[in-house]
Design a binder for this molecule. Structure first.
Ligand code: NAD
Length: 441
């Protein structure tokens, strides 16, 4: 990572000299394996609209956290249930809960809001929807100085269990989600799989990571292996050395394949079927950029990006849907905020990353008995972004709530969450990991 504003000597100097540069907060990250007491050291308040849902939510959190009240001096986490708020006046519960706690939230604290439209009057729908705006504004208001994150879990299906909500909140309250803020994540999926405990999250699972030799893919491979999965790293033959070194470190297999080759997908499918019981996790991570304005872009730059970033993603996923996926397999595909906002010089790239979001939604709703979600990173410090011009890099880093780029590990933790049963409520979504980037927000 080469963000000069993370350098401690320079940070101290800027502060001492009172130079008005927006120094980014230092983010607290927990990159260790999930444990059953992941959150037990955290003081968490679960508050909001008094009703049965709130009590069930408090009950679901009870064994996980060090329950606090709004009267505690410092709190690490705040879960605010807005479920059941139906009128404009009801929103005063939201105002009071947050107003009474916000100053007490510690550095790197986490706020998770929960909404659900219980009946379909226009008023109650508007009230629940209004919390989207509140949570986004709050994330900008309290995130920049202390690295506090604010995210909203929006229940779109009344059949979604409180356990599914608590499991998702578990991730957003943890220090594995430090670079995710200002997001509204929908929970619409009511069927869940079972898992023994967070400490055995991906035990006995088989996972593929394409482009796993370096960058975000390598970080994702490490997270999946850390949680107990057997990982198969796929990368191009020229990445052999990096891929084999990583494979040795995490006990993974390596398949040197260019995923755009016509026979690669079948080779990969055959390898999984012959060597394992089937595939549980597919991370479609391999991606390339060939940036040029459309007027200057040649057909190879157009085709190259479309073939790797979209065509190969669809081919590989559909090959395993036909044969090879185990029931309730999880597909996680890399999109980008460029696919949401568009970017100059990236018509080809933005097209593919928007296409990935569309494909993800289609697969999730296709009754394939598999989960599919996409991940949209903002500015992440990798080889792909290292060579960008200084001012483009600075814009990417600083035009965000957390005023810094993320690390491949931040994206990898989100991939790990979406590959795990903790995220069973979430299907067909695209979740941003962007530090609250203003781009496309
Ligand atoms: P990277 O260039 O560091 O790594 C990409 C990996 O994919 C490399 O190991 C490469 O060899 C492999 N790969 C490329 N073409 C391949 C092919 N045809 N077959 C097999 N493997 C192939 O990239 P990264 O920054 O780690 O990005 C990973 C993913 O995240 C990409 O899909 C990218 O578009 C997306 N993303 C990255 C950022 C960022 O800021 N770095 C932001 C948004 C989205």
């Amino acid at each position: 990572m080469n963000d000069y504003l993370q350098n401690s000597t320079l940070r101290t100097l800027l502060k001492t000299l009172n130079i008005p540069v927006p120094v980014p907060p230092l983010l607290k990250r927990n990159l260790g394996a999930y444990t059953d007491d992941e959150l037990s050291g955290k003081k968490v308040v679960v508050a909001g609209k008094e009703n049965e849902f709130l009590h069930e939510l408090q009950h679901a959190f009870h064994p996980l956290v060090n329950a606090a009240t709004i009267y505690d001096e410092k709190i690490d986490g705040l879960v605010v249930s807005c479920v059941g708020m139906q009128t404009i006046e009801d929103l005063e519960d939201l105002y009071t809960t947050v107003k009474n706690t916000v100053a007490k939230i510690a550095a790197n604290g986490r706020v998770v809001m929960v909404t659900r439209s219980d009946d379909n009057t226009a008023l109650s729908y508007a009230v629940q929807k209004s919390v989207d705006g509140f949570s986004r504004a709050l994330s900008k208001e309290i995130g920049g100085k202390k690295g506090v994150t604010v995210n909203l879990l929006k229940i779109t299906n009344t059949q979604v269990s409180v356990t599914a909500v608590a499991n998702a909140a578990f991730f957003f309250l943890s220090d594995k989600s430090s670079f995710i803020t200002g997001q509204v994540v929908e929970l619409g999926n009511a069927y869940g799989t079972s898992f023994p405990s967070p400490a055995k999250l991906l035990q006995d699972k088989t996972a593929i990571v394409t482009g796993g030799a370096r960058g975000i893919g390598a970080a994702a491979a490490r997270v999946l292996a850390r949680e107990g999965a057997k990982v198969i790293i796929i990368d191009v033959p020229s990445s052999k050395e990096d891929a084999q070194k990583l494979a040795q470190e995490i006990g993974a297999d390596v398949l040197l394949e260019d995923i755009t080759d016509a026979k690669a997908t079948e080779d990969i499918q055959r390898y999984v079927i012959n060597n394992y019981k089937g595939l549980d996790i597919l991370v479609n991570n391999a991606g390339i950029t060939r940036d040029k304005t459309i007027a200057k872009m040649n057909i190879d730059q157009w085709r190259g990006v479309l073939n790797v970033n979209l065509k190969a993603v669809i081919n590989l996923t559909e090959t395993f849907i036909r044969k090879g996926f185990n029931e309730h397999a999880k597909v996680v595909s890399l999109s980008s905020i460029s696919g949401i906002a568009g970017n100059v010089g990236q018509t080809n790239y933005s097209l593919t990353k928007a296409g990935v979001i569309g494909f993800t939604k289609a697969v999730a709703s296709g009754n394939n008995k598999i989960f599919a979600n996409a991940v949209a990173p903002g500015f992440i410090e990798t080889k792909m972004t290292e060579n960008l011009p200084f001012f483009v890099k600075e814009g990417g880093r600083r035009l965000s709530t957390l005023k810094q780029g993320g690390l491949p590990e931040d994206v990898a933790e989100l991939i790990g969450f979406l590959a795990s049963p903790l995220s069973d409520g979430i299907n067909g979504e695209c979740v941003r990991v962007c530090g609250g980037s203003m781009i496309g927000a």
